[in-house]
Design a protein around this ligand. Structure first.
Ligand SMILES: [Ca+2]
Length: 238
């Protein structure tokens, strides 16, 4: 079949465009692919993903993680809708290389200009928050923050809090004066620590002050600073 020069030029331009898009693969977050099962997480531009209440910059990366902190999917934010392939564990390999069924998904942004990872909270329109092969999850909100940092957040293996000395070595930084509250619940819903709303100036604060050592187990953290709300699950391992 003969194709005209103009059609050939068009196809070549299209191919170059596709190649350019493919070259925009993420480089910070890495994960295993082709594990044999996956699901899709759709992040639409219309939900306006934010980091510290500003739009996520084009070129920043969004990663998806298991509760153990394993990255199972990632992509570059370009301002357009993205469908992130999120990989399940390959049961033919002994090492964990993806999520297992029912595992809670968590999210982080790699902020290129700041050179730091920021945990994110999300809500779903459909598809839920747990891993299931062939599921399609659609987000309705995506909000990352650099406000909360510390041993757990600054290391790429996210939700395991690192204990040092008498308590959790987690901390947070405030860039401006904000009302802050911290609630920590144990697996039974009992409040293990509470900081009722207090106004705090800019600075660096321990997440929990003067708290007795926590017992091993799963905890849910509810942290708010102004309009920023962060819910996080983590495990204490002794
Ligand atoms: Ca495996």
């Amino acid at each position: 079949m003969r194709i005209s020069n103009s059609l050939r030029s068009f196809l070549l331009a299209l191919l170059l465009t596709v190649s350019a898009v493919e070259l925009r693969a993420q480089t910070h977050f890495t994960f295993a692919i082709s594990t044999g099962n996956n699901m899709t997480v759709l992040i639409q531009s219309a939900i306006n993903p934010v980091i510290d209440e500003s739009p996520i910059a084009n070129g920043d990366e969004i990663g998806i993680f298991t509760p153990a902190g394993l990255c199972i999917g990632a992509g570059v934010w370009t301002g357009a809708n993205i469908a992130l392939t999120t990989w399940g564990d390959n049961d033919l390999t002994t090492q964990p290389d993806g999520a297992t069924a029912g595992e809670l998904l968590s999210y982080k942004v790699w902020d290129v200009s700041a050179g730091e990872e920021a945990p994110a909270t999300v809500t779903y329109a459909s598809g839920g928050q747990n891993y299931a092969a062939d599921r399609v999850a659609i987000l309705t909100s995506f909000s990352a923050t650099t406000l909360i940092t510390g041993t757990a957040a600054s290391q790429s293996r996210l939700p395991i809090a690192i204990l040092s000395g008498n308590g959790l070595s987690m901390s947070y930084d405030l860039a401006k004066r904000l009302p802050v509250s911290v609630f920590l619940y144990d697996i039974n819903g009992k409040v293990a620590y509470r900081l009722s709303t207090v106004l705090q100036g800019p600075g660096h604060y321990p997440l929990m002050h003067g708290v007795a050592p926590l017992a091993s187990g799963r905890y849910v953290l509810r942290f708010t600073a102004g309009d920023i709300r962060i819910n996080r699950c983590f495990s204490v391992i002794r």
